[in-house]
Design a protein around this ligand. Sequence first.
Ligand code: UDP
Length: 362
Amino acid sequence: MNLRFDDNSITVAIVGCGGFIGSHLLDAVLERTRWRVFGVDLDFYRLQHRLNHERCEFLCADLADSAVVERIAKFPLVVNLAAICTPSRYMGEACEVIRSNYDHPAALAEACAKSGSWLVHFSTSEIYGKTAADSGELLEDSTPAVFGPVTASRWSYATAKLLAERYIAGLPDLRWTVVRPFNFVGPYMDFMPGVDGEGIPRVLANFSTALVRGEPLKLVNGGRAKRCFTSVHDAVDFLFALFDAGTSDSGVAPDAASANAGCAGVFSQAFNVGNPENEVSIAELAAKMRAIFAKVRGVDVSMLPEPQSVSGEEYYGVGYDDSMRRMPSVAKAERLLGFKARIPLDVALEESLAWFVKHYSV
Ligand code: UDP
């Protein structure tokens, strides 16, 4: 396989192209390469500026349709970002969540194995499960995964994603790479409840919504859980490092090749993508976002409502459970791809919040 960035005969299929990560990836592919894009999603409202682009073709469909799956798998590089990944849906719609995060990716992986395309599959850092507050770095190939009981239906998403990873890794003829995102943030993330989506989005969109509406930020179980928030721009840079590495037949990035002679390369590998330097508790995140919002609005932070603690079950419903710490080991991406996330937390939060305020005030 030779996927040169300057080759305009190559088409990359982006499944979930209209979503948060997909829309950033689409822009980057069009800006940084000569490739064409076959974008698949259920809606494209984030892509209004790209709909008539000469190098794009868009299909409004999902992976439940086997003819669509076959069509996608004809392209040499397939990036699958499609997923139901809204925490409040993990409890009430477990079967739909499992279909979207296991059945559909498994069918796509089978089709890619037959056609010989390279599948870059987006999994999740949730596959590490119910981590404790004192858990250390999560390593791709050695950290065990422990989940809550079946009654804690929060884990429907994580277990479906984990099974999809196992299925992909088990397919003998598939050329694959798995990406495990650690709390990506940036413009176009999620939705504002009641405006362009229903239910409870992820924490950044929740906090941004509450700030815009002058409501208190809700700290689930006191906001003690910790996350490493990672800019979506770092995520896109990771993907380009990956694509670059995958263009050589060995699958090893040119600059990493000499240092890693004999390593397995980027195929048949799972990678954490996160920024360990950006770790905060959710209570600290709330304080940072209030301060940024006050600065943007030119008001004193004491004018904003105080955050309120709420129990997980009260907020999300019965079956909610949590990971208390999610700290990625990023050594593998550094070793095999020479990649390291570089955007600091405050910069990523300010960009995300500024976009949210501007977008939803129009
Ligand atoms: N959370 C919170 N308030 C909210 C939304 C989320 O305190 O309004 C907490 C949630 O319980 C979890 C963390 O923030 O501990 C991150 O939640 P998110 O849904 O963004 O994604 P996760 O990292 O859990 O997949």
